[in-house]
Design a protein. Sequence first.
Length: 210
Amino acid sequence: MIKTVVIATSNPDKVEEINDIAADSGIEFICAPEKFNAVENGETFAENAYIKAREAALMTGMYALGDDSGLCVDAMGGAPGIYSSRFASTPKKRIIKLLDLLRNVPEEDRTAKFVCSMVLVDPEGQKVKGADGAVYGNIISNPIGTHGFGYDPVFYIPAYNKTMAQLSSEIKNQISHRAVALEEIIAYIIRHNNYLKTKARKKARKYREL
Ligand code: ITT
C-alpha cells in the first residue's frame, strides 16, 4: 500500500500546492529531508522529475514524487522551459528578464504554457507512474496579483480574465498544470491501493474457506 509519499522538492511553494491539491486524497505527502538536493541534469521535464524522485526515495527509503515544472513561451521557442528556475537568480529578476526579452513581441504572439511533469517512484527508486499537466495562457507586460509564486503574476488566463497570481489558491489548485498531473498520480495510487486491498480480502476469504 502507498500511504505516505515524500515530495522530492526543496521548493516550499510546491509543497504547499501539492498538499492543498491532495488534501482529501487520504494519502500523506511529506517534505523531503533538508539535505535533499538533486542534480537536475535531465533534458526534459520528465527526466528531471524522475531524477528528483529517485534521489528522495534513495535518501528516505520511501515512495517519492518528483515535480519538474516551468514556463514555456512560444515566442522564445519554448524557453525558459526546464531552465525556468535557473533563468535568473531571483523570482523578481526572472520576470524582469522575461518581460525584457518579450518587449517587442505583440500581445497576440505572447502565448505560453505552464508545464508540470510528475514521476512517482518506489522506495528502490524505480518509476511506478508518470503524469503530465499543462495550462495555457499569455504573458502580459506588467505583473499583477500576489497569490501563487514564480511567474504567476505575468501569466494571464483568458478564461478567467485574471493572471494566475490573481486567482485564489482554490482555483489555481483546480486548474493548474500541477493539479492536472497530481490528480492523475493520486488516481493511480488509489486504484493501486484498492487493488491490493481486494487481493488481500480475497486471500483471507480463501484461507477461511479452507
Ligand atoms: P525543485 O527543483 O527543488 O523541485 P524548483 O523551484 O527549482 O524546485 P523546478 O526546477 O521544477 O523547481 O523549476 C520550477 C520553476 O518554474 C519554479 O521555480 C518557477 O519559477 C516556475 N514554476 C513552476 N511552477 C510554477 C507555478 O505554478 N507558478 C509559477 N511559476 C512556476
